[in-house]
Design a protein around this ligand. Structure first.
Ligand code: ZN
Length: 173
């Protein structure tokens, strides 16, 4: 009798015992063969640095937002008032993130945009602070940028609520 058929008969045995004991859900869980993604495993990004390297490369306020998911104090970023034409880039790796043409005044005290540049960002589910929010990070270095909400203006209806400390502004030449 081969390994797999041994496993199969063991599963059947467990299933019979489990059903008898009313433990069918437990048996189903034990029998699950698909690998479960480790949610805590770090994602791989094109730009990776050690924590020591990030600390050395970034200002404390940038580090706290980009690497520790802090949120800057509302109305604290000079980028709130940045009205020139240009591009907002990642303060961690220089990746272009948002065009000034998608920036708008949301009244929240954080630089807000209704769309990112193509392939500039990634998102993840953020369950901190008893909320379910969509976290936004740089697609290149994984640095935390802010969150995206569905109460933005047309044409997307999205509000990309960014930390100014996570970005730098590069005016058009
Ligand atoms: Zn970046």
């Amino acid at each position: 009798m081969g390994y797999s058929s041994t496993m199969e008969s063991r599963r059947q045995l467990f299933a019979i015992i489990g059903a008898a004991l009313g433990l069918t859900p437990v048996v189903a869980w034990l029998g699950r063969s698909a690998p479960v993604e480790n949610a805590s495993a770090p994602k791989r990004f094109p730009v990776t640095r050690s924590d020591t390297e990030w600390r050395a490369a970034l200002l404390p306020a940038q580090y706290e937002v980009l690497r520790e998911h802090a949120t800057e104090r509302a109305f604290s970023s000079p980028l709130n008032h940045e009205g020139r034409r240009g591009t907002f880039v990642c303060a961690g790796c220089g990746q272009p993130l948002y065009s000034s043409t998608t920036k708008y005044e949301s009244g929240t005290g954080w630089p807000s945009f209704w769309a990112p540049l193509e392939n500039a960002i990634g998102t993840s589910v953020d369950r901190s602070f008893l909320m379910v929010r969509t976290e936004v990070h740089c697609a290149r270095c994984g640095g935390h940028l802010g969150h995206v909400f569905s109460d933005g203006p047309k044409p997307t209806g999205l509000r990309y609520c960014m930390n100014g400390a996570a970005m730098k502004f590069v005016p058009d030449a």
